[in-house]
Design a protein around this ligand. Structure first.
Ligand SMILES: *Cc1c(COP(=O)(O)O)cnc(C)c1O
Length: 490
């Protein structure tokens, strides 16, 4: 399987690359992204054959269908990381919360957010490739709270890869901050920035385009790669759990094989939703993919009226911060799939230059054939968390809660809906505590204890232990000093 570029080829780069090339250097012509040249057709025989497969067996089969240039032994070692999830034989439980609403719990890995689903195996693959080529890589990450911990966790002590992770000091929950600043390994550097997530993100972009920085990297024989979901090495692992969740519904007797379902995805950078889109294209019987957003509702607008417009917008800080995003990178891969490279390049250029683009009526219709969308504000999310716990005893995080609104507003058929739960309640405990008991501004440790008592549920050990672990990373700096600190690190 080869990979090609969403905005076409500029003549100076190869016109197609292998999977390993695409993940080691994800930058493309005209600022585009790599996508598979074609998708394997899996269809009903594949689903039938994997009705009783466990997660790793299914994953191996999906990856095999992609014919990746990665040794089977490396893939096996990568998938073995799912053994570190709560239940090694069943890393992604799918639970029925009420009537036709099912929740696929994607957060049962080491850092309690769904980022582990892809980053855990990705870390093994990237580091193995770097080692086999005898090359050194630097991963630069800017995080609003979930990507950072998951990236640090997966690369901890792995050969040939170093990670420098920027986070906004004061802009994450205590749990998220502790997950980062207690990360202790010689190949990890965690840097707090005076500022918000946008400051951290733009500082990282400045660094990436700095000539002196690039020159210094070359002197140190270090290549740059990325661990965010522009890297297809993450997307490849994000198709599997959509297929798994569908098969779970069949196994639970909720649907028959071949029946259609809705997939309902809390979306920010659109990696999770893109995985569902590819699964659908490969033959998973999906009625529609429901895109759930917070008050930063650019995606809702795109899917409802065909206009992507960030010209008059600023990021709104919400209580579902992992989705406080205006430029949702992976939408581009859907545009490419639906409208081709020329049109994608045109639309993305309009977004870069004029900060908006408008789809034609025909284009909008093809988008709406696959997607529907809605959003919820903080007050609605709060009410949804409270009512779902009160009525169904189900505890969920603020991102997941939005899907419960979309479940009610976006389905035009009464088919089962698979909601993708992207984080455990423990990562956003002050918000959950507020929803359940009305308490305000509690520290994470107090909120965790009060939720644990109210809901009669234990605090998982990896979260409880954070509060006793020594701080290993204490850098908090101005963004002007980042280049110097990162260079000193590598
Ligand atoms: C990253 C994240 C999201 C957004 O996922 P995308 O794949 O970027 O759309 C949603 N919820 C949580 C908790 C996350 O960490």
């Amino acid at each position: 399987m080869l990979f090609i570029e969403t905005r076409g080829n500029d003549g100076s780069r190869p016109s197609s690359v292998t999977f390993s090339e695409a993940i080691l250097s994800p930058l493309c012509s005209f600022g585009g992204l790599y996508v598979p040249e074609s998708l394997p057709r899996l269809g009903e025989p594949f689903l039938q054959a994997h009705l009783d497969s466990d997660y790793k067996t299914l994953a191996r089969a999906v990856l095999t269908a992609f014919e990746l240039d990665i040794d089977q032994a490396v893939i096996d070692r990568a998938l073995d990381l799912y053994d570190g999830f709560d239940d090694p034989s069943h890393p992604v439980p799918v639970v029925r919360v009420r009537d036709d609403l099912f929740v696929a719990e994607l957060y049962r890995g080491p850092t309690r957010a769904f980022k582990d689903m892809a980053l855990q195996p990705f870390g093994v693959v990237l580091s193995s490739l770097a080692k086999a080529r005898d090359e050194r890589y630097l991963i630069l990450a800017a995080t609003s709270g979930d990507t950072g911990p998951a990236t640090l966790e997966t690369f901890k002590d792995r050969p040939n890869v170093k990670v420098a992770c920027l986070y906004p000091d004061g802009g994450t929950s205590d749990v998220q901050r502790l997950q980062m600043v207690t990360a202790d390994a010689p190949n990890l550097k965690v840097i707090g920035i005076h500022g918000d997530f946008d400051d951290a993100q733009s500082a990282l972009k400045t660094l990436l385009s700095s000539d002196s920085f690039q020159a210094r990297l070359r002197e140190r024989h270090t290549h740059l790669s990325a661990a965010n979901s522009v890297n297809f090495g993450r997307i490849i692992f994000q198709q599997i759990y959509h297929i798994h969740s569908y098969l779970e519904l069949v196994r639970q007797g909720a649907i028959g094989l071949g029946d259609r379902v809705y997939l309902n995805v809390p979306s920010g950078n659109f990696g999770n939703a893109l995985g569902g889109y590819y699964a659908m294209k490969m033959g998973l019987p999906v009625e529609k993919i429901l895109i759930s957003s917070n008050s930063n509702n650019v995606l809702t607008e795109l899917i409802r009226i065909g206009r992507y417009d960030i010209s008059g917008r600023k990021v709104i800080a919400t209580r579902s911060p992992a989705m406080d995003i205006l430029k949702s990178s992976n939408v581009e891969r859907v545009l490419y799939d639906l409208f081709g490279a020329r049109r994608t390049r045109e639309l993305m250029a309009a977004l870069d230059e004029r900060r908006h683009y408008q789809l034609t009526g025909e284009e909008l219709a093809s988008l709406q054939a696959v997607f529907a969308a809605d959003y919820a504000d903080d007050a609605e999310i709060d009410a949804c968390i409270r009512e779902t716990f009160r009525d169904h005893g189900y505890l969920m995080d603020p991102h997941t809660a939005i899907c419960f609104k979309t479940h009610a507003s976006c389905r035009d058929k009464s088919l089962p809906d698979i909601v993708y739960s992207t984080a455990e309640w423990t990562k956003f405990s002050p918000t959950i505590a507020h929803a359940l008991t009305g308490e305000v501004d509690s520290h994470d440790i107090d909120a965790l204890k009060s939720i644990s008592a109210t809901a009669d549920t234990p605090i998982p050990p990896m979260i409880g232990a954070l509060f006793d672990r020594p701080v290993a990373q204490d850098a908090v700096i101005d963004k002007e000093d980042i280049e110097q600190v990162v260079l000193a690190f590598i």
